[in-house]
Ligand binder design. Structure first.
Ligand code: NAD
Ligand code: UFG
Length: 338
């Protein structure tokens, strides 16, 4: 199967490309390098023996996409490309709606022009807003509370309408919980530019000495120890979820929605402790005020994906922290420049 992978040089996309190649699929990568580097390609080749085809360009550029579809006989699209920082989205909503919403619409137009009917889309648990209870099932009401979340929800709603009008299409919305971890080889991992927004890269940068201490955003939530609780999922489990989506629903016309999470919640302090144990490095932290917009706790009911995609997360918190540490300690400054 030949799959166009937008954003394929990014964190989740690159790990998915490795798993795809291992499974005998052919990823064809499109990325504008906004948040990634071409040196990721060499790591994919090192791990798999295959250097995937890569086209540098923007998903908002219809001519560029038409050319990629024209040059390759593409069976399906996995659509990772987009902007993902919540804080940044508050300051630059236009960029978020342009890249995430408009970019997806241009991509769907190009797919239709090339008669490609299958798409797997990177959505997010952020579309549930503050869930009334946990675990969260796919039937929970959706509500976004920031421009990033709204852009994901708008794309979901657009894709629902588009699929309804084009019943031959197969569109799968994957709502990720909190992706963490790295490839166990230590060759690939998360490489955020600037100060990390997310917990795990922040912890690992403290451990490797790039940052002094972690600010724990709030210890007065109604949770196990007062700190925020999330459903952390190993990036390779998440990657495998995309393969399962393509294999089980990709050929079935319709609109399919799945939570990709483990079904377990861990607090910030539990993650700090797990990371210190795996790395042998004490992670310094200070309690700070709550981060605006954060919710107390959220974890998935991943039962639907298990039943229908025959997929479930198998990697443990120890795998997530150990693999992150191997990546971070081998590559303290992330990927080299091209
Ligand atoms: P990432 O930033 O590492 O990867 C995204 C890739 O897309 C980058 O390589 C970037 O250069 C590229 N890109 C961005 N805009 C583009 C454009 N207009 N044209 C072409 N390429 C473009 O992010 P990630 O963590 O791998 O996330 C992948 C997807 O999953 C995103 O859509 C994100 O919103 C979604 N998601 C991520 C998380 C998370 O916590 N990492 C959680 C839920 C959903
Ligand atoms: N946290 C800290 N200190 C930090 C960073 C985070 O205490 O420096 C805490 C947060 O307050 C929260 C938990 O760690 O309790 C997780 O925070 P992240 O920023 O890692 O993750 P979020 O759950 O806030 O959001 C992430 C992505 C969103 C995505 C969502 C659900 O950033 O894009 O998961 O998938 F939508």
């Amino acid at each position: 199967m030949r799959v166009l992978v937008t954003g394929g040089l990014g964190y989740i996309g690159s790990h998915t490309c490795v798993q795809m190649i291992e499974a005998g699929m052919t990823p064809i990568i499109v990325d504008n390098l906004y948040n990634s580097k071409t040196t990721v390609l060499a790591r994919i080749e090192k791990l798999t023996g295959v250097l995937p085809l890569f086209y540098q360009g923007d998903i908002c550029d219809r001519d560029f996409l038409d050319n990629v579809f024209h040059l390759n006989d593409i069976d399906a699209v996995i659509h990772f490309a987009g902007l993902k920082a919540v804080n940044e989205s508050v300051d630059a909503p236009l960029e978020y709606y342009k890249n995430n919403v408009h970019g997806t619409l241009v991509l769907v137009e190009a797919m239709q022009a090339a008669s490609v009917n299958t798409m797997v889309f990177s959505s997010s648990a952020t579309v549930y807003g503050e869930p009334a209870t946990t675990p969260v099932t796919e039937e929970f009401p959706t509500k976004a509370i920031n421009p990033y979340g709204r852009s994901k929800l708008m794309v979901e709603e657009c894709l629902v309408d588009i699929q309804k009008a084009h019943p031959e299409m197969s569109i799968t919305l994957l709502r990720y919980f909190n992706p963490v971890g790295a490839h166990p080889s230590g060759e690939m991992g998360e490489d955020p530019q600037g100060i990390p927004n997310n917990l795990m890269p922040f912890i690992s940068q403290v451990a490797v000495g790039r940052r002094e201490y972690l600010s724990v955003f709030g210890n007065d939530y109604p949770t196990v120890d007062g700190t925020g609780v999330r459903d952390y999922i190993h990036v390779l489990d998440l990657a495998d979820g995309h393969l399962a989506a393509l294999n089980h629903k990709g050929k079935e016309a319709g609109l399919h929605i799945y939570n990709l999470g483990t079904g377990n919640g861990f607090s910030v302090l539990q993650m700090v402790e797990a990371f210190s144990k795996s790395s042998g490095v004490e992670v310094a932290y200070q309690i700070a005020p709550r981060r605006p917009g954060d919710i107390a706790e959220c974890w998935a009911d991943p039962g639907k994906a298990k039943r229908e995609l025959h997929w479930e997360a198998t990697r443990t918190i120890d795998d997530m922290t150990t693999d992150t540490w191997r990546w971070q300690s081998n590559n303290p400054n992330g990927y080299p420049d091209a």
